[in-house]
Design a protein around this ligand. Structure first.
Ligand SMILES: Cc1cc2nc3c(=O)[nH]c(=O)nc-3n(C[C@H](O)[C@H](O)[C@H](O)COP(=O)(O)OP(=O)(O)OC[C@H]3O[C@@H](n4cnc5c(N)ncnc54)[C@H](O)[C@@H]3O)c2cc1C
Length: 468
């Protein structure tokens, strides 16, 4: 008979570190959360990440979306904007450029993101542990119906299994790993469990981006794009192309294996560089290693035909050559958590305001269909608020959940997931955690008005009622 399970032996684990605030996951949310938590120098902050670098999805060749609103105003300021300014000082980020489809796009150089994120942590006094996998929680379980208290985490590294104890923990894993292990209710995908497809980003050099944009501007019938007026390309030399559907159809007729209907090209910061967001693997479960491996294999197989298609049909790509593939498969959606408030698609479409707002956001609902192929976009015409309660999880104390895995529905997450919004959530979570530690309180019980006042005083934008 096959053995289907074993019982893990009980063992004693060494406590490696004790800190005030532990941030798990050093993506765009986590680095800003750690910086905010460490501000003032009185709070001992540790940031752990399982990879060899910080930056998460900000290192896979994506532009940062969400800094500008649908009214073309800058709505994300504070620490997220300071990080972009830091990159810009190294010629590693563009301006926040208005885009009719994406509201605001900010190009960043992935390698500089890794370098500057680490430098920022050192300057901010945040201790960083890379190559460190969060694997489990240390919980004080309460017997009655009350919340369990999270006291620390178990990590796995080359040194083995160890414990980090912390007064407050912020889950910035994107996947809600800490929340899930701690017993916070989580959900994955739509009503059938379908998640948005994953994408292996890759980069090409030698692209004549001038030819590309002028062809689109001057030959709109041949090079039709989605939502973005062709004239836009005549006026902008850094841009995202989304569309060219008739070229894709032709490529498919000619036998190219193309997984999506739309050509998506993002100009890089370097001359002649373009990042390609066109592979799509449906059904990848981003928290299952077999499924992730399948996604990596499929993604790599798709890259070849996509390149050949671009070179044959898309203006400016004739002399282009492949340069690199992103360090990991881009996962749009895994778990979202259930918090004191679950943000909904309707909240977003009605531009809802909340008394406990911790950031405003404006990116549309942007659902890549789980079965592949299409994408649905819906705009509210303005901004909406994200409340503090959406980062305070149910059932577990001592924990905040910020970034992609906040408390939101499948629809709402398709908007809140963009990186500028995630960074702003990270700032609020970091400041809230510091306040909780300073006042010896649970993050659930902090003074949200004091948090809002601190956010505004330090440059964040919480809407007209707060920022006079
Ligand atoms: C293909 C694709 C295209 C996208 N396009 C855009 C776009 O154009 N613009 C935009 O703004 N957004 C885009 N997004 C969305 C955006 O990239 C993510 O939603 C955002 O990066 C989420 O930020 P995060 O910090 O919550 O998570 P992540 O960026 O995923 O960072 C999580 C970090 O946690 C670490 N981690 C995870 N689990 C553990 C663990 N168990 N132990 C230790 N460390 C752990 C990871 O290594 C990582 O560094 C796209 C996403 C994808 C996949």
């Amino acid at each position: 008979m096959d053995i289907t399970e074993i019982i893990e032996e009980k063992r004693t684990l060494p406590v490696r570190k004790q800190v005030d605030v532990l941030v798990v996951g050093g993506g765009p949310t986590g680095i800003i959360a750690a910086q905010a938590a460490a501000e003032g120098g009185k709070t001992k902050v540790l940031l752990i990440d399982n990879r060899s670098f910080l930056g998460g999805n900000m290192t896979i060749g994506l532009p940062v979306l969400g800094f500008l609103s649908q009214k073309k105003e800058q709505i994300i300021k504070g620490l997220p904007d300071a990080f972009i300014k830091r990159l810009r000082a190294k010629n590693a980020a563009s301006e926040h450029r208005a885009c009719p489809l994406h509201m605001g796009i900010t190009m960043v150089e992935p390698e500089a993101v890794k370098t500057e994120a680490l430098a920022l942590m050192v300057e901010a006094g945040v201790e960083v542990m890379l190559y460190t996998y969060f694997v489990d929680v240390v919980l004080d379980k309460v017997a009655d119906a009350g919340n369990n208290l999270l006291k620390g985490v178990i990590i796995e590294t080359k040194s083995g299994r160890e414990v980090i104890l912390a007064k407050t923990i912020i889950d910035c894993t994107g996947d809600g790993d800490v929340a899930f292990r701690a017993g916070v209710p989580t959900h994955q995908g739509d009503e059938k469990g379908g998640v948005q497809p994953s994408t292996l980003m890759f980069c090409m050099g030698g692209v004549d981006t001038e030819k590309l944009r002028m062809s689109i501007a001057e030959e709109p019938r041949t090079y039709l794009t989605d939502f973005i007026p062709n004239a836009y390309f005549g006026q902008n030399n850094q841009f995202i192309v989304v569309g060219l559907r008739s070229l894709m159809a032709k490529g498919r007729q000619d036998g190219f294996n193309l997984p999506t209907e739309r050509t998506i090209i993002i100009t890089g910061l370097r001359q002649g560089e373009a990042w390609i967001n066109m592979s799509a693997v449906s059904g990848v479960n981003g928290v299952d290693p077999d499924s992730l491996t399948h996604g990596e294999i499929q993604g790599r197989q798709q890259v070849e035909d996509i390149q050949a298609y671009l070179k044959k049909y898309v203006p400016g790509f004739k002399e282009a050559y492949f340069t690199k593939i992103a360090p990991f498969l881009g996962i749009r959606e895994t778990r979202v958590t259930e918090g004191e408030y679950i943000l909904t698609g309707q909240d977003i479409l009605s531009c809802r305001r909340f008394e406990d707002v911790i950031t405003v956001a404006s990116y549309p609902l942007d659902l890549h269909h789980p079965e592949g192929g299409g994408c649905t976009l819906e705009w509210c015409g303005d901004c909406y608020d994200i409340p503090y309660r959406s980062i305070v999880p149910l059932k577990v104390d001592g924990l905040l959940v910020a970034g992609r895995c906040l408390s939101a529905t499948h629809e709402a997450m398709s908007s809140t997931r963009v990186m500028a919004t995630c960074m702003a959530l990270g700032e609020a979570a970091g400041r809230a955690a510091r306040q909780a530690v300073a006042n010896r309180m649970l993050v659930r019980d902090i003074d949200v008005q004091a948090l809002q006042a601190e956010l505004v005083a330090s440059g964040a934008y919480l809407g007209a009622a707060f920022n006079q």
